[in-house]
Design a protein around this ligand. Structure first.
Ligand code: AMP
Length: 305
């Protein structure tokens, strides 16, 4: 079965120290599905856009062999729009605006042939919509979920219901602290895994990522980079690389989970090099393996060299 992806699809206006881009392709499911297309097929996308979304963006999805049978295009309505401005350090940003538009009435409908036995990636959207998706899926092989601080603040009850039904939660360090009400990440991980997910990934931006399982903890580095152009979508791209690698490998164990974290980091490192999805639109398998090896080399201890 394919990789079922649900999340936001939008048009972003983003300002960083290095420039500004308006109405550029964005949204959690967008970054996830493009990143996933390098590892697995089919990527089955469920989402919603308005009739202003643009043919070029639809064509981009198609050029990555993303199955759009679950994409709703609503006539006479506008696509989800988000605007953000990054601080000088690029680690923090302010949301300038969020226009829900088509999202206000969105009801994710999973096409019949995708309902049974899917590998599911719940991208960042309202937890009640993530639940709507899980309610339609029978015998999911594996469920990975991303979320954000907004939902921990305003939709915690639904988020807790989601956590009981997933295998992996991917969040960043500040979200982990918020969700667990604990400032130490090791203690936070124990608390969050107690809420449901067997595995937890905590992303630490330019400081890498931590993976927590039943009997192990794995620390992955981040690639030291001279220039970060636009961090938007890095978290979603990480989730896409991570989950699609697991889907492709058809094995869930300590080794495949660790490798998935590195592939997630590899894809995120390409994402931040350009605005919008540009950095992950035209990658070759060779570029991806070269960067994977760079990550492995970065964390290799060999004291005899
Ligand atoms: P990230 O940088 O990984 O947090 O993801 C950024 C993407 O999330 C942008 O492309 C936005 O379009 C999208 N986004 C921002 N706010 C929301 C929201 N409230 N719900 C769903 N997606 C959002």
């Amino acid at each position: 079965m394919g990789l079922l992806v649900v999340g936001s699809i939008g048009l972003d206006t983003v300002e960083t120290q290095l420039g500004k881009i308006e109405n550029a392709l964005g949204g959690s499911a967008t970054y996830i599905s493009i990143a996933s297309s390098y590892f697995t097929s089919p990527v089955n996308l469920v989402g919603v856009v308005g009739d202003d979304f643009g043919k070029k963006n639809i064509e981009l999805f198609k050029s990555h062999n993303i199955n759009l049978d679950g994409l709703q295009i609503v006539d006479g309505e506008k696509t989800f729009r988000w605007g953000g401005k990054y601080h000088e350090d690029m680690n923090n940003r302010d949301t300038i605006f969020t226009e829900l538009n088509v999202f206000e009435k969105f009801d994710p409908i999973i096409p019949q042939s995708w309902k049974d036995n899917s590998f599911v990636l719940l991208g960042n959207i309202l937890p009640s919509l993530q639940l709507r998706v899980l309610d339609q899926v029978t015998n999911p092989q594996f469920v990975v979920c991303d979320t954000m601080n907004l939902w921990i603040n305003i939709a915690l009850d639904d988020l807790m219901k989601v956590l009981k039904r997933i295998n992996v939660l991917i969040i960043n360090d500040s979200e982990a602290k918020m969700l667990s009400k604990e400032t130490n990440l090791i203690k936070a991980a124990k608390i969050i895994r107690g809420f449901g997910p067997e595995y937890l990934v905590i992303k630490k931006g330019e400081h890498g990522a931590l993976l927590f399982g039943n009997d192990f903890t794995f620390s992955a580095p981040a690639l030291p980079m001279e220039t970060i152009f636009d961090p938007t979508g890095a978290g979603d791209t990480f989730a896409g690389g991570f989950t699609s690698y697991l889907h492709k490998s058809k094995t869930i164990n300590k080794a495949s989970m660790k490798k998935a974290v590195i592939y997630g980091s590899v894809m995120a490192s390409f994402c931040v090099e350009k605005f919008s999805t540009i950095g992950i639109e035209n990658l070759s398998n060779e570029q991806i393996s070269k960067r994977f090896n760079a990550f492995v080399e970065l964390a290799r201890f060999d004291f005899n060299e």
